[in-house]
Design a protein around this ligand. Structure first.
Ligand code: AMP
Length: 541
């Protein structure tokens, strides 16, 4: 027997219609060099319709791919809504990819159109002759005449196209399982892989973002989306904001701690999202330039493990709770969220907050050992995390990867354990675990301890080859300005916090830890720097 309920598709067009009408007064605020630019959701709706008409007039039909090469801003939000709602597929290009990777992903996705921010023209222009399927480039926030395109590619001004287009569009009815948007994983090894989100997966994911035990985003919020729109769909915030009516603050290219602090002061957002390295920079800035940020009811931090010391600084120095979340490009990305369970107080509550959190009802999870056997949720059995659910990828676009996807499960490459009440703690990424004398050392645990030292700004730990033990940890430390501590002092600081045999003997002090294109510690580059002898290592005996 089938249910007797209506089968209306979950579509981006419906999100767009709803946000632009019911929440027409909510706004997207884009930061510019000279203060904010404001646009309400009713206007976003009209401009999205104009963009859809403009794209049709350029010949975009069916599920053709329209790429964005943009910062977080109102135009990017318009593209987020218009492209899927018209039935085409939004492809968010990571502006920080290496040139050959950018060429690879644009050709692999067969992008027909690229919308580019004016300030990013120089980055795109060099690669444009190699983008085989691109026919049109649309320049937003800049001068289209500044782009000299190769033969066969027409260049347009975003604003001129929109001005010439109609402000209503007859959004088509689309199967909810159709592709809506795609995002390639940053790919630490091999070519980047495309994840294709459907209208349905985006819709269900957005509901989770809005749920109280998700990110609790609501129409009362003003959300500062620092996490880029080209990285895992800005963690789903733009779509969730249109679903619930939360206003948004978009930093555009002003991502340094100073301008972020200015945005906080000027717009007083209630919510913000970014990876730990961004917050680390902001917290250091605030140490030197104190400012009240208690208007933030919560900041969500994920993308890599959040050092507990950072959570305490946010809470104790600024009165802002950090919500720790885990996810991946392949998981839309919300996979788990560390909400404290009812009844937990004090230190017990903190212990919950440090974890990567609980899985929502839609996400099934398990940890498996090397031979694929499921391990118990006992809070100590460590294995690789696998997940499944309606917003979890079942495959990569156009590439078979039976290692990653098997029997309906996604192998995450993350290693950890789960408590009986469903809290995930990740101890490492499978490829970053340090195998020392047949035992495992968690690089994340060491990093968290070193980063708790008051003189340390950043610390990344990688395994380096060792004749006797196979691998040993190397700690790469960035000190805060004007602070002093040496390797022996830090090792002393760790004593008693980790097992004696885990205490690192290899230390190096650098000005900056290299970051990936999405702002995480780039451990691959650190290992390569070590292998090529570029790091000045102090080995304690
Ligand atoms: P990406 O697809 O670039 O967002 O990277 C996803 C990966 O980031 C995951 O597989 C994890 O290894 C890592 N990650 C994301 N969130 C967390 C977190 N809260 N703690 C530890 N690692 C995380």
């Amino acid at each position: 027997m089938l249910g007797t309920m209506q089968d209306t598709p979950l579509s981006i067009a419906q999100l767009l219609r709803y946000g632009a009408s019911t929440h027409g007064k909510s706004e997207v605020v884009t930061w510019t060099g000279d203060g904010p630019r404001r646009e309400n959701y009713a206007e976003v709706g009209k401009r999205a319709a104009r963009l859809a008409n403009a794209l049709r007039s350029l010949g975009v039909t069916g599920d053709e791919r329209v790429a964005t090469f943009m910062w977080n801003n109102n135009e990017h939000l318009e593209a987020y809504l218009a492209i899927p709602a018209m039935g085409a597929v939004l492809h968010t290009l990571n502006i920080r990819l290496f040139p050959d990777q950018l060429v690879f992903v644009a050709n692999h996705a067969e992008d027909k159109v690229v919308i580019v921010d004016g300030t990013l023209i120089p980055l795109l222009a060099k690669q444009l002759p190699e983008l085989k399927t691109v026919r049109h480039v649309i320049v937003a926030n800049g001068d289209a005449a500044a782009l000299e395109a190769p033969a066969g590619i027409e260049v347009h001004s975003y604003e001129e196209l929109l001005a010439a287009a109609d402000e209503t569009f007859d959004w088509p009815e689309i199967d909810e399982n159709s592709a809506a948007a795609m995002c390639y994983t940053s790919g630490t090894t091999g070519d980047p892989k495309g994840v294709v989100y459907s209208h349905r997966s985006i819709w269900l994911h957005s509901m989770q973002v809005c749920m109280t035990d998700g990110m609790a985003l609501s129409q009362r919020d003003k959300a500062l989306a620092i996490v880029p729109q080209f990285h895992a769909m800005s963690w789903g915030l733009p779509y969730a904001a249109f679903m619930c009516g939360a206003s948004m603050v978009m930093p555009d290219r002003f991502l340094q701690p100073g301008p972020i602090a200015e945005m906080l002061a000027a717009e007083k957002p209630t919510f913000a999202a970014a990876v730990p390295t961004v917050w680390q920079g902001l917290l250091l800035h605030l140490e030197a330039h104190p400012q009240d940020i208690s208007h933030l009811r919560e900041v969500v931090v994920g993308g890599s493990a959040v050092p507990p010391a950072m959570m305490h600084t946010f809470q104790e120095d600024h009165g802002v709770p950090v919500l720790h979340a885990w996810g991946m490009t392949e998981t839309s990305p919300l996979g788990s969220v560390a909400r404290v369970p009812a009844g937990a107080e004090g230190d017990e509550a903190w212990q919950y907050r440090y974890t990567q959190g609980r899985f929502p009802a839609a996400v099934r999870a398990r940890v498996i050992d090397d031979s694929g056997v499921k391990l118990p949720w006992d809070g100590s059995s460590v294995g690789e995390l696998e997940v499944q659910g309606p917003w979890i990828a079942a495959a990569y676009y156009g590439v078979d990867d039976p290692e990653k996807f098997h029997d309906g499960w996604l192998r995450t490459g993350d290693v950890g354990h789960i408590t009986p009440d469903g809290f995930l703690t990740l101890t490492d990424r499978a490829k970053d675990v340090i195998k020392s004398g047949g035992e495992w050392i968690s690089s994340v645990e060491l990093e968290n301890h070193v980063m708790a030292h008051p003189a340390v700004a950043e610390a990344a730990v990688v395994g380096i080859p060792d004749e006797k033990w196979d691998e040993r940890p190397l700690v790469v430390v960035v000190l805060k300005e004007g602070e002093q501590v040496d390797a022996a002092g830090l090792r002393e600081f760790l004593t008693g916090k980790v097992a004696q045999w885990q205490l690192p003997e290899n230390w190096t002090f650098v000005d900056e830890v290299p970051k990936t294109s999405v702002g995480k510690f780039d451990k691959k580059r650190l290992r390569a720097a070590h292998a090529s002898g570029d790091l000045d290592i102090n080995t304690l005996r």
